[in-house]
Design a protein around this ligand. Structure first.
Ligand code: PLP
Length: 429
């Protein structure tokens, strides 16, 4: 990597020592950091494992992979209609709502866009609670459709303060919708969704749109009980599926707003979905394979019970945080860390985050996420939403420590996995 401290020659030599030949692919003459990413030095490719610890896409359980490997059924058949019916019902369970849910063939951003275009009209005023990279995305989407955007900007790492929301609603009484994240994935913060929603309801008639892409299926987010008007998720997160579909549920208030909304759209005009739904069908050709996978995951959630699913995530998050802190890293989200992702800062002045990330990928086949924007190189982010268990977290904590040691980031070597292990053995929630 340009400017990084990774010594490619030493790594290549290490490969030579292990295998008798450098184990990386030679595709022309790629830049050194690309060659590095193609290396895998601990094992021969025959034994190679790729491990994803990003906050999405997340690993996919084998039983879902088996479903995805089957020939797709046609979507205008009774077989698919039965799956579709079950998915609708079980999404209502996951969302804790009595309202109908939608499945879109898009990543999560498509569902964010569909929410804006379905419920609002050009020129409407909205309030974005921007506390990171994905808060910024709400602003970009809203501006793209000609909405007048007001923002409450929260420093990265902090949770949104409902009092600031109240102030902004008082200053801008014409706001028609308040848009924010449940978990801000760029900072690893869990925002106080319930308190924010109450503040909005107490101080305005604005709709509440929650990007729950890294929160739904991770933590308590009962849509109806908390009065949320649109809640959005994506398949490649806690739903343990590959990327490609997203989900939305709208409240009764949002459905009324949809009747008067005028932003034009075609593919994401959900009125088509409403019409098709009455016939037990989808508007367009759906992602049948992913929907079959979703069907299975939703059934598994129901069998486990949401409470158990949430508890599992809390446990993994707590163990991961303890481990990273014991290694010597500092949480970015000190006061409201998310149950789905942990973001930690490297020691002050250290910007070797990218080198660490490249090293875990090159050496161990482990993918973790980097810091974004001004935190690029200064932090790392580890996902623990979806198909992870305790030993997975100990594995990634070990990989991070080894990489840190290698690239010259001071760590308490061995302390992270030990602290997590102790917690997983003895700790209770
Ligand atoms: C909170 C949040 N919002 C939005 C997105 C964008 O989702 P997608 O990449 O599926 O469009 C992500 C993706 O990581 C996210 O974490």
């Amino acid at each position: 990597m340009p400017g990084s401290s990774i010594d490619c020659n030493a790594l290549r030599q290490l490969g030579d020592d292990i295998f008798g030949h450098p184990p990386f692919l030679t595709l022309g003459q790629p830049a050194p950091y690309i060659r590095l990413a193609q290396m895998k030095l601990t094992s021969h490719p025959l034994f190679e494992k790729l491990r994803i610890f990003a906050p999405g896409p997340t690993p996919v359980p084998e039983e879902v992979l088996a479903i995805l490997g089957k020939a797709p059924v046609h979507h205008r058949t009774p077989e698919f209609a039965a799956t579709w019916e079950r998915v609708w019902k079980n999404l209502e369970y996951l969302y804790q709502t009595k309202q109908p849910c939608y499945v879109l063939s898009s990543s999560g951003t498509g569902a964010m866009e569909a929410t804006v275009t379905s419920c609002l009209s050009t020129g409407d005023e909205v309030l974005v609670l921007n506390a990171g990279k994905f808060g910024e995305r709400w602003t970009s989407i809203a501006k793209a459709f000609g909405l007048k955007v007001h923002e409450v900007v929260t420093p990265w790492g902090d949770a949104i303060n409902p009092d600031e929301v109240k102030k902004a609603l008082t200053t801008h009484p014409a706001v028609r919708a308040v848009l924010f994240q449940a978990v801000e994935t760029s900072t690893g913060v869990l925002h106080p969704v319930r308190e924010i929603a109450k503040t909005v309801h107490d101080n305005s008639s604005a709709l509440i749109f929650v990007d729950a892409i890294t929160a739904l299926g991770v933590c308590e987010l009962p849509m109806d009980a908390w009065g949320l008007d649109a809640v959005i998720s994506g398949s490649q997160k806690a739903l343990m599926l590959p990327p490609g579909i997203s989900t939305i549920a709208f409240s009764e208030r949002a459905r009324k707003a949809r009747e008067r909304a005028t932003i034009p759209s075609f593919y994401f005009d959900l009125k088509n979905d409403d019409k098709s739904r009455k016939l037990g069908q989808t508007a367009w050709t759906p992602a049948v394979g992913l929907i079959a996978g979703l069907d299975l995951i939703l059934q598994r959630f129901k069998e486990a019970g949401l409470e158990a699913v949430f508890k599992h995530h809390l446990r993994l998050a707590e163990g991961t945080r303890r481990g990273l802190q014991a290694s010597g890293f500092e949480l970015l989200a000190k006061h409201a860390p998310a149950p789905s992702i942990t973001a930690v800062m490297l020691p002050k002045g250290c910007d070797k985050g990218e080198a660490l990330i490249e090293y875990v990928r090159a050496r161990f086949g482990v993918t973790i996420a980097e810091g974004q924007d001004h935190l690029k190189g200064k932090m790392i982010r580890i996902g623990h939403l979806g198909y992870f268990d305790e030993l997975d977290m100990i594995t990634v904590l070990s990989a991070v420590e080894m990489a840190a040691q290698h690239v010259g980031i001071p760590v308490n070597f061995g302390a992270g996995p030990a602290a997590a292990g102790r917690y997983f053995l003895e700790g209770s929630l």
